[in-house]
Ligand binder design. Sequence first.
Ligand code: C2O
Ligand code: CU
Ligand code: CU
Length: 512
Amino acid sequence: MNRRQFLKFNILTGVSASIAYAANSHNMHNMHSMNLTNSSNIDTSFIKLSKNVNLIDEKKFPAHQNLNALKLLKNESKEKNFFRATIEIKESQLEIIKGFKTKFYTYNDLIPGPKIEVYEGDTIEILVKNKLKEPTTIHWHGLPVPPDQDGNPHDPILAGRERIYRFTLPQNCAGTYWYHPHPHYITAKQVFMGLAGVFVVKAKKDALSHLEEKDLVISDLRLDDKAQIPENNLNDWLNGREGEIVLINGQLKPKITINAERIRIYNFCSARYLNLKIQNAKFILVGTDGGLIEKPIEQEELFLSPASRVEVLIKADKLGEFKLESLYYDRDKMLIKEEPKNLFLADIKIEKNPNNIPSTLKKFKKQEEPKNFKEVIMSEDHMQMHGIDKKSEDEIKKSLASMFLLNGKVFDMKRIDLKSKLNEVEDWVIINKSHMDHPFHIHGTQFELISSKLNGKTAKANFRALRDTINVRPNEELRLRMVQNYEGIRMYHCHILEHEDLGMMGILEIQK
Ligand code: C2O
Ligand code: CU
Ligand code: CU
């Protein structure tokens, strides 16, 4: 039994797990956090725990239809380089399943939300009307926008209120972004209720701007037998929620025709890891979150942890019909034992292969050396797992709200955790000292992976790429290089949204 199995085994049985974990981890932060458990003032009012939900029969969900393109958010401005639009956030009753009205939260009545498509250098002005009965924000995931326009949990749009988000995009930020809510404590809920949309920033001209484009937004959804979206259960809070119905552009198992397009793929799931594969075809990776990479890279599989995006071309060994699947990925979930099963996502017809793909996609500037360093340790306090199934509901909630840690602490809205200097290049070392995978995300900038270290082996990144979210495996250590170009506060967190709400998040302050 290796250590990972050992820990998993013990977590299920109780006491010895926490002792084994604490003793093995050499992580003093873990020890500290034990004291937190006693404090009765942990806010757990946001944690809803549903039990025994009967799920809908997936066969009732319409499937196997031709893939629809995403609806565009309408630009109301006639001015050049100016994008003005309105987004209404509300509860919508949508009849997806015959005879049932499902209550979603929507952006302009759409699932997924409308696609925002703009150009580098554009000024964006979006009026947001919050018609929900609760606060929300819109966070522009990955975009270089000023902190006060970035939908931080500190700047809620209260129920029934409106606000305007306004920012000008710098040059050289073309990439594949998205937007979603980021209110304190209820981000996961608002996303699983349906709030998320894509945000594409295009360059007037780049190495692939001659190609047609296609978006594939992968999201998941849970529906009970009345076609309603249930609250999270204990497993969802522990491992992140994976809705059973996995959709592409809101459709189940669609038919997708590929014609040598530039394809942007998004993982909008709260916690589902995707490892895409098309038997007898290949992905040619051409871009990551923050735009084109140096040169195209052929891959058999495409790994997308939650919140990650890529740009790819798809090439068949022989033109024809294929199946798009997501291969099973073991991320060592707590309390449940999974069958390693692949997931069928879509039928794909490849009508044309890409040709003349440029060998250089983008020239990267020489990498600057870091002037400063930061360390972020991801950990879980497994004391909290001890006998969790025997605890009262209140105690379970307290445990949940104190077990997911960054640098030994649970998120606090009023605490600055780290400070950086404006425009100063830094290396961040992200260390996962827990048994399960956690995707690390930071707001306001794109970073480059420099190297990763696992089991004593260090590997240099094998190509240069810009990302804002990256998976960190158990015991893995990643070195990320980044710079923040705006003053103010930024969040960094695990992008399993339940972990983020439970406090696996910190605040970075950027000062002159
Ligand atoms: Cu996708 Cu803090 O965000
Ligand atoms: Cu973000
Ligand atoms: Cu996490």
